[in-house]
Design a protein around this ligand. Structure first.
Ligand SMILES: NC(=O)c1ccc[n+]([C@@H]2O[C@H](COP(=O)([O-])OP(=O)(O)OC[C@H]3O[C@@H](n4cnc5c(N)ncnc54)[C@H](O)[C@@H]3O)[C@@H](O)[C@H]2O)c1
Length: 269
């Protein structure tokens, strides 16, 4: 099907993030990769990490193809406290400040209904995967954000923090994403006095390796997904990254504790 509406525009004005040091977890693929590339195009110094060394290399190469440089350290696992600390500490030591942290690194959630979900092998890993990958890098970066005079944290919730799905069994995913909303609101409260802002973006269905491997872009699942999207197409990583550019730029200096649906209109329906 031809998309009835155009994709987000290619960047025309660079420099909205000039002088910023931005950390991006999960920079090797999907939304994290889209953020890393767009931040670099907008003038930020981007330090990424990923669990997957091959994915990290792809992002470095894509950046180089565009005449940009992005450092992506891998393998680093954001569910491991020592790895999260190493990521933040090394970035701060190298660049002398951290202005933004975008936590896009994410383990694919185990999809099952409440009736079928296994507690040990599915519920537990999904809940840890949804929340630890946010909390640990945030905690590791926090003292450095403070020392930098404040900064901006962007975490990813989802439209599924607000609505269920009759296409996929996602009871743990919905719970985990609602947890990210609550966690981020509390970060906004705790960070305010130090100038640390924290917001969530709630994407709708974006075409990334995670949603490709879940089979979301094929057959009946694809039709069900598209039927829910008023703008008639799934998202691209850069659709999400433009919102993140705003949230880590000074344009959003008075914005914290907020949630930004970027979903082609799904939550309006
Ligand atoms: N794609 C969507 O439709 C969609 C919708 C709503 C919310 N989101 C959220 O956006 C975020 C990014 O999703 P995506 O679709 O780009 O995912 P993705 O799986 O396509 O990419 C995630 C990247 O993170 C890396 N990663 C995985 N575990 C890691 C870990 N423990 N430490 C460091 N890196 C790790 C992976 O190797 C991969 O490169 C997630 O929080 C996801 O839940 C995505």
């Amino acid at each position: 099907m031809t998309a009835p509406h155009p994709a987000a525009p290619a960047p025309t004005t660079a420099g909205r993030l000039h002088g910023k040091v931005a950390l991006v977890t999960g920079a090797g693929a999907g939304i994290g990769q889209g953020c890393a590339l767009l931040f670099a195009e907008q003038g930020a110094t981007v330090v990424g990490c990923d669990l997957d060394p091959a994915a990290a290399e792809r992002t470095r190469e894509l950046a180089a193809d565009r005449g940009l440089r992005i450092d992506v350290t891998a393998p680093l696992d954001m569910t491991v406290p020592a790895d999260a600390r190493r990521f933040a500490d090394e970035a701060f030591a190298r660049h002398g400040r951290i202005d933004a942290l975008v936590t896009a690194g994410a383990i694919a959630p185990r999809m099952a209904t409440a009736e079928e979900m296994d507690f040990e092998s599915q519920w537990g890993p999904t809940m840890r995967g949804e929340t630890d990958v946010v909390f640990l890098p945030v905690q590791a970066a926090w003292p450095h954000l403070k020392a930098s005079g404040g900064g901006s944290i962007v975490n990813f919730a989802s439209v599924n923090a607000f609505r269920g799905s009759s296409t996929f069994g996602m009871v743990a995913h919905c719970a985990g994403k609602a947890a990210v909303l609550g966690l981020t609101r509390q970060l906004a409260v705790e960070g305010g006095p130090s100038g640390i802002r924290a917001n969530t973006i709630s994407p709708g269905m974006v075409r990334t390796p995670a949603t490709e491997s879940a089979g979301a872009h094929e057959g009946a699942a694809r039709d069900a997904v598209l039927a829910r999207i008023p703008l008639g197409r799934v998202g691209r990583p850069e659709d999400i990254a433009w919102c993140a550019v705003y949230l880590i730029s000074d344009e959003s200096a008075w914005v914290t504790g907020g949630n930004f649906p970027v979903d082609g209109g799904v939550l309006a329906k």
